[in-house]
Design a protein around this ligand. Sequence first.
Ligand code: DOR
Ligand code: ZN
Length: 410
Amino acid sequence: MTVLQNTTIFADGRLSKADIAFDEKIRAIGASLSGDEKLDGSGKLVLPGAIDVHVHARDLNQSYKEDWRSLGRAAVAGGVTTAFAMPNTDPPLDTVEIVREYRRRASAAPVNAFIYGGITRENIAQLVSLANEVDGFKLYLGETTGNLVIRNKSLHRSIFKTVAQTKRVLAVHAQRDGAPAIVTQHESDDIGYVLDLADAYGTKLHLVHVTTRRGTEKILEAKHSKLDVTFEICPHYLFFTDRDRKERGAWLKINPPLATEEDREFLWWALRENLIDIVATDHAPHTVAEKSLSYERAPAGVPGVEYMPVLLLDAVNNKKLSLDQLVAVCSVNPARRFGLAKGELSIGLDADLVVVDMNVEKRITREMVRSKCGWSPYEGMRLRGWPVMVFVGGRLVHGAEIGTDDRASR
Ligand code: DOR
Ligand code: ZN
């Protein structure tokens, strides 16, 4: 049993001074706890690990961009202890065999790994058996890396119907393809189309990477009429807009594209009003060489898993967000949506713990990036509030003590 002593714990929506004792699960929270390994937590804050429900871990034939080990190291360094990987890999995760191979590779990573099954024209009849191997399904209605887009409306209906039978969450990329301004403008229509399908078939729906005010409002209306829907926003839509894309070109080419300043401000407002279910990164690693191509030729996507909790911890320090709101969108809500025994500091839950020093300040540089892609859209930003020790299932996976706090350990 490990005991973090004299620390500040964030549990039940508030901060309190306590010790926390754990092996693979959280065993006790209270004063003067005993255990065989004692760590000093004074001056630090303990939070539940973040659960990122949207990463692209690549690996397989694209392990030059990222693999499970590099993804895992990047994730835990930033305080993400659980990652849900998308199926648009090469080859795609659309059969039992490939999902098993992907899970085997994921077991080498220091992060808890969950996997979405891919949906293709060919595997709809097999989704029920694939459901036993995956933690959710992902459907692409618009352009993505890989080849998983389905545009046929009658196929959409059979997919929503079949996935409803499996009781799994269906994560949907609803936004159409096209010029950035068009995609942004039509987001709420595209979301409306998907909400109607979920309503018709009773599918558990999760809308990924929502970028606009109107798109969000459409989902909030559907929630109001009791549809089983959740949605995520991503850090890059909180920090960048279409203006940044015009300045930085291919580096900020993302699907769906960065929206307007008004949308960005709305997303911050909605976070503070507790209207956002989940913040997830859509961590989409592409190499420096690939992102140096022209806007037309470069692949879409930016990495993000390494800095999500840190960007939000800095926002907490700057009073743009409360700690309660951070923990809700990063941990509590994603755990509830996917039925995980995680996401809160409660006795009996998995010991995925992030020990944070709210006073550590660092500037993000290209040199410190752990993701294999080797760059970050947040380079140059100075952020306050960083993880100093991270535990996954009670095991220390990041922290100065085990020498993973610098680049030399990559
Ligand atoms: O920008 C994106 N990149 N959007 C997606 O939908 C896919 C992702 C990727 O896999 O690179
Ligand atoms: Zn994605």
